[in-house]
Design a protein around this ligand. Structure first.
Ligand code: HEM
Length: 590
């Protein structure tokens, strides 16, 4: 239609008609062009994805045969659809499904190489291979990953990160290079952990302190009966008790100041859990504008930690007795924190850097122990018969000595059923990312993992391996044991660990590693266990727990299901995505 040749009528109505026609003409004629262009672009992208997948699949199949081992080759690279991004999307959005899918491509547990944007990383499966990682601790650096977490998640200043990165002598007693003495910050910190978290007297002190503080929190509650979210209850009172045990009470005075509210209106625990919810997003390096709430919660938690550290440092400077070395003091809390702070000062870490590191320790203790306690109490609250058996075991075991604030720890850790429930929940509710950077080439399962690359061994698949945890019909197998009708590996079974013990079934470290392994195995594992068992014992002894149903984490919106493991983040004890509503009623204990 040639508009220039149109005879244009003088009246405005006709002008409008012509204009409308012209517009319709343009849209009608240009739409197909636009659609065609978009279709072509979409087709090209789809073809690129398909071609990438075909190429990477062929490469994977050609290089993953058994004969590719022991030839100095790296593990085969997993197929992927999206060039450059590789496996990153599946790995980040749904790690458990991704691991399961990968294992189905490698039924012999052979390692694979993943492409994750600019880096490639080896994924390691199978008990033997995971144990090989633990055995090769000297050739594998844990510190590199620690530094990444410290920078991305804890806000460690870049200058401090660079300074900490200068020490590459490892955390073991024998240095891996010529660095010595005060230059060996990782080794010196490691020794502080060993002294304050693994020696019997230190663990007993920490546990006793926790019990006293938790009792203070829950005995002061002004009600006889209440209906509440059980996880929310622990997120406040257990959190407060273990934070006081570790860092003293003063940090709880600083809650942060979100959205212009008056200072201290928000509890430190609230700010902390908001920060915790953003842990993985921060870790993945999500920019501030895409994760405002998480960044803001991180900033507030860090600010609160700085205020506490400033106050603690001033109090220590004004102390009359500079040489006093108590197990615990009001300012710094446990000796562990005081000694760690002094070591970091000596090494030249800035005030802001130390605050970030302290926040990390407060995270390590709470973000794992509190959810774990919740998982155990959920199992007991939804199964009154199991709860009664645990109460009976606590009574018969003489766990509470005289008063409810004194616990016989040795008796507590011996209770068979409680320990079995603890180990079972730890198995089912943890997803540990054992991640290391290679200092040297290391051979695992016949493949050469190259120096300066990264590896990841997720605990999840080992923890749900049917062959290990529920070998139902092994009566004809080499062990000649009969395991008929044992609940599946993904089901909770309170007696599973009792059963394994009774049948003298040996579980390898590579099959069960909730606390990691090798030279950097979690040094807090003894205290963590004591704290969790003590918290469970204290709650079930003091309160009746009436199960009302599940809710979302807002505490009010009902949910058909309890906490799930679908889409769980691989970061330690899996964060709960549901709470349990319970009616808590004080019991007449004695
Ligand atoms: C259920 C509770 C806990 C779990 C599941 C857990 C798990 C872990 C894991 C998997 C690691 C890394 C080990 C590796 O990669 O091989 C680790 C390291 C660590 N954990 Fe824990 N942890 C827990 C509680 C605690 C507690 C209560 C503390 C402190 C009081 C703590 C302090 C640490 C420290 C300091 C490290 C770093 C070790 C180093 O740098 O040498 N953890 N933890």
């Amino acid at each position: 239609m040639d508009l220039s040749n149109q005879s244009v009528a003088a009246d405005p109505a006709s002008l409008c008609t012509v204009f409308d026609e012209a517009c319709q003409y343009d849209i009608r004629s240009s739409l197909p062009v636009l659609v065609q262009t978009l279709c072509k672009a979409a087709l090209s992208v789809a073809m690129l994805f398909v071609a990438t997948y075909l190429f990477t699949s062929c490469r994977f199949h050609l290089t993953s045969g058994h004969d590719s081992r022991f030839k100095g080759k790296e593990p085969p690279t997993l197929p992927y659809w999206i060039p450059y991004l590789g496996n990153a999307w599946s790995m980040v959005t749904d790690p458990h499904s991704f691991y399961e899918e990968t294992l189905s491509k490698r039924p012999d547990n052979g390692p694979v190489t993943m492409r994750l944007g600019p880096i490639s990383m080896y994924l390691i499966f199978g008990a033997e291979n995971v144990q090989a990682i633990f055995r090769n601790s000297r050739s594998l650096s844990f510190e590199h990953m620690q530094l990444r977490i410290a920078e991305k998640v804890k806000g460690l200043p870049t200058s401090d990160k660079a300074k900490l990165g200068l020490d590459d002598s490892g955390s073991g007693s024998v240095p891996l290079n010529d660095q010595r003495g005060d230059e060996r910050i990782w080794h010196n910190l490691h020794n502080i952990y060993l002294k304050n978290l693994t020696e019997r007297s230190a663990v007993d002190f920490l546990t006793r302190k926790f019990v006293v503080e938790f009792a203070k929190q829950i005995d002061a509650l002004p009600w006889k009966q209440t209906t509440t979210g059980l996880y929310a209850f622990l997120q406040q009172y257990q959190f407060n008790a273990s934070t006081i045990t570790l860092a003293g009470p003063r940090i709880l005075n600083y809650g942060g100041n979100p959205r212009g509210k008056a200072e201290n209106q928000v509890q430190f625990s609230d700010t902390f859990w908001e920060y915790d919810a953003a842990f993985m997003t921060l870790m993945q390096g999500m920019p501030r504008f895409m994760c405002r709430k998480g960044w803001a919660a991180r900033d507030r938690t860090l600010e609160a930690t700085k205020m506490w550290l400033r106050e603690a440092t001033e109090a220590a400077n004004h102390s009359q007795d500079k040489h006093a070395d108590p197990d615990w003091d009001e300012s710094f809390g446990h000796r562990l924190v005081r000694e760690r702070n002094a070591e970091l000062v000596k090494y030249g870490i800035s005030f802001d850097g130390r605050a970030a590191m302290h926040m990390g320790l407060i995270w390590a203790i709470n973000a794992n122990a509190v959810p774990m306690t919740a998982y155990i109490l959920f199992e007991l609250a939804r199964d009154p018969a199991l709860l009664q058996r645990i109460r009976a075991e606590l009574r018969a075991g003489g766990v509470f000595v005289g008063s409810l604030t004194e616990i016989d720890i040795a008796a507590l850790v011996k209770l068979p059923l409680l320990n079995s429930v603890y180990s079972e929940c730890l198995r089912l509710r943890s997803s540990i990312p054992i991640s290391r950077r290679l200092r040297d080439d290391v051979v695992i399962d016949g493949y050469t993992l190259k120096k300066d690359s990264f590896l990841l061994a997720p605990s999840w698949l080992s923890h749900i391996n049917e062959a290990v945890w529920a070998p139902r019909s092994c009566s004809s197998g080499p062990s000649e044991k009969t395991y008929n009708n044992t609940p599946g590996a993904q089901e909770f079974w309170a007696e599973r660990f009792l059963y394994l013990e009774a049948t003298k079934t040996k579980i390898k470290l590579g099959d069960y590693c909730p606390y990691g392994g090798g030279s950097v195995i979690c040094p807090g594992r003894f205290f963590a266990k004591h704290e969790i068992l003590a918290a469970v014992a204290m709650v079930v002894t003091r309160f009746d727990l009436g199960f009302e149903g599940y809710t979302l984490l807002d505490g009010t919106t009902p949910s058909q299901r309890g906490p799930g493991m679908e889409k769980a983040e691989c970061r330690g004890i899996v964060s709960l995505d549901r709470d349990m509503r319970v009616t808590m009623r004080r019991r007449d204990v004695f």
